[in-house]
Design a binder for this molecule. Sequence first.
Ligand SMILES: Nc1nc2c(c(=O)[nH]1)N[C@H]1C(S)=C(S)[C@@H](COP(=O)(O)O)O[C@H]1N2
Ligand SMILES: [Mo]
Length: 364
Amino acid sequence: MSDDEGQISLQELQLAARNHGMPLEVLRHPITPVGLHYLLIHYDIPNVDPAEWRLHIGGKVSTPLQLSLDELRRRPQRSETVTMECAGNGRVLMHPRPQSQPWLHEAVGTATWTGTALAPLLDETGITDDAVEVVFTGLDRGIDGGEDQFYERSLTLEEARRLEIVLAYEMNGSPLLPQHGAPLRLVVPGWYGMTNVKWLSHITVVDQPFEGYQQQHSYRFRTTPDDVGTPMSRILPRALMAPPGIPDFYTRQRFVAAGACRLEGRAWSGWAAIAGVQVSVDGGSTWSEADIGPGELGRWAWQSWSYDWNPTEPGEYVVCCRARDSAGNDQANFPPWNVGGYANPAPHRLHVTVRDDLPEPKRG
Ligand SMILES: Nc1nc2c(c(=O)[nH]1)N[C@H]1C(S)=C(S)[C@@H](COP(=O)(O)O)O[C@H]1N2
Ligand SMILES: [Mo]
């Protein structure tokens, strides 16, 4: 693929090959099968012995805790079905193209995460009055921006106390796999992917705002490299569609037969419920409202949508979708370009060739 900014580099390819996306046809599944959920791993997947592993909770607390996986499993269970999306989803379609993991649209997935709630554990440690934030540290170490670090992120104390935050040891009913953070990860419903620290080893309550690299440098909405910017937090609305018809292998161009063609997909927002999805079949010149599904997966998961398209004329079409939420966030309005390439609001666009017929090929 090339564009105004030149070819995808070998470095970008190297990241893309390690960190796969969710094939968009999998949008047809309400819950993403584990091996099809997207992956984002900044450094290396750590090799953790679950028998030796401990979760350390300390810092500004009166009773520091050290918990084994068995001890965590004996605590009350909590499950949340959560749509997780990488903040960099859509990055490669920005101009100029920010150099990092080159996501098109596929850095998303929905899983049911099971573990134990964070808030009661924090309460048991007796957080001191001067505490302001909670830092979550993973076992994976690497260098980013020249800085040697463990992957870590913080939440304000208020945010960390939300009841739906889970310390998860299972994904879709099976033990966490190494690539998704085994033996334990943080799951913060509604927030972009970077918040959900994998291979969690330390939870540290602190009395100053955390200034680690992934908090102060990465994951900020910056319009110039010197801009301090604002931190990325909750997921802005997005709609994606399951590609209709059949693909061309190399170009991924879609082919559908003229006549009734139901377009369907999913939409989500970490801020509020989805208020609407719009579909365009003329490359974004005109938009129509799609039908929104019943939202049976709950507040933190994507919503299904569908739109009955009826292309009777053979030809080339560009089919697009975009979402808005009930808090007033609209994919049509939020600012596009930023240094990190986060939250690209560009609508999902697919090139579709409508043919007057598309007979099945002969088998064998
Ligand atoms: N320890 C650790 N946690 C991490 C990361 C990481 O590299 N290391 N990547 C984050 C990012 S940027 C994303 S988008 C999600 C991806 O989670 P998944 O790979 O389970 O889909 O994990 C987050 N948690
Ligand atoms: Mo991410």
